[in-house]
Design a protein around this ligand. Sequence first.
Ligand code: FAD
Ligand code: NAD
Length: 471
Amino acid sequence: ATASEDNDLVIIGGGVAGYVAAIKAGQEGMKVTCIEKRGTLGGTCLNVGCIPSKSLLNNSHLYHQILHDTKNRGIEVGDVKLNLANFMKAKDTAVNGLTKGVEFLLKKNGVEYLKGEGAFVNENEIRVALNDGGETTVRGKNILIATGSEATPFPGLEIDEKRVVTSTGALSLEKIPESMIVVGGGIIGLEMASVWSRLGSKVTVVEFLGQIGGPGMDSEIAKAAQKLLKKQGIEFKLNTKVVSGDTSSDKVKLDVDSAKGGKPESLDAEVVLVAIGRRPYTGNLGLENIGMELDERGRVIIDSEYRTKIPHIRCVGDATFGPMLAHKAEEEAVAVVEYIKKGYGHVNYGCIPSVMYTYPEVAWVGQTEQDLKAQKIPYRVGTFPFSANSRAKTNMDTEGLVKMIADPETDRLLGVHIIGPNAGEMIAEGTLALEYGASTEDIARTCHAHPTLAEAFKEAAMATHAKAIHF
Ligand code: FAD
Ligand code: NAD
């Protein structure tokens, strides 16, 4: 197949949404071309998002633990040094291995991969400005917009990715800043605050709302997370909004205002991370050539089968509605190909887990207590603390809890919220239970291996429908 022939599917963007759709369509025997301008596949997630951030989080945690959490375990360590260049190299190795792996998978599934920037010429043709020079045009019976998102800039504070950075710059700093201000206490802000604080920066998080964690985190869990992060040395200014910034002196200066009418204040730091959210990216895509509509937040407007108003042009991932998460993009990518090929597909938006990879991790799925309260839906809560879990005790890792929310009449699980060791892995069990419509009694009656952290999950279920044994 060559790019100039008619494709069954042309995909613009080779991020998680785009490359997964490409593989799935290849598996379905479709003729597919995937266009990506970055030079590598995997998009934000593999190149400058999920993957590099998790490398830095894992290794900074290990470093911090060696420094501060070995003596009480009977381990004496000598001279511990951080080699930041090699620390970053470990991250690059993970990224390179995974992005090359995706390229291999596209080849294996017969997908044509074009390195270049795609733009609509008309409803069926995409012009691609090739990275190596020149251009080509591809035609598609179906076209998928999977162009993802970018960091929302802060007006008046110019990003140079050195002193004023987005997450991309924060993943590649060449020296450990003495001080850092993080604007926005959402997931990006807290993950990056954790990395640099563990490596030795004095970090202050400025958050507009009265709660950290961004939209969707259960308030009780967010409070517990803030307490534990504060104990690790991160400072928080909640209910505080950044009004303006000044980069003219050697430190970056920020004027902040209390969101609740307190007195204005001035803060400064060597590096400022802007982490106030992300916005869909559809720049240079030639949407004006096809009269495509965006909503007020720049999202491509689609129906329940991911179709835009031009039915053979669809959109999935960060460029359209829903949480900006890699696994959400991946689910949609599979579903959109199924809609095209078979006429049906499925994503359960009520059952998409979230994980914040701080220490301890925070993970949740389903409804929060505050959501249910606001909707006046009756619910029952059961919790179990890791301090009463035997594996957490042996690991000397006892902070946090599992919280379950269930329907008081039917006992059907409505939400799971975990803060604690391995929460990000444990939430898979909650997600499966929610997807299958389990009751908390179903979970409580399921045998869990001993001693495991997962027993805290079972005991929280017991506490929800009856009583926990160990607490
Ligand atoms: P993207 O990954 O942004 O991919 C879109 C691709 O399209 C890009 O590579 C871009 O170059 C390309 N493109 C755009 N326009 C064109 C064009 N005209 N022609 C050709 N190519 C084009 N999510 C999680 O679930 N877990 C995490 O732990 C997590 N951590 C994150 C950490 C950070 C620091 C950030 C920034 C994000 C994180 N996310 C995480 C979010 C996750 O990265 C996104 O939800 C995911 O990447 C969305 O996938 P996508 O394919 O829709 O978009
Ligand atoms: P976010 O929306 O999660 O958080 C942004 C925070 O900034 C909010 O709490 C908001 O109240 C605050 N804010 C906005 N304007 C402000 C201002 N002027 N002053 C102070 N605070 C302000 O966005 P994010 O953390 O930038 O993350 C972007 C996206 O990337 C999210 O959708 C997130 O889910 C995704 N992501 C996911 C992971 C993960 O799954 N582990 C990791 C990183 C990013």
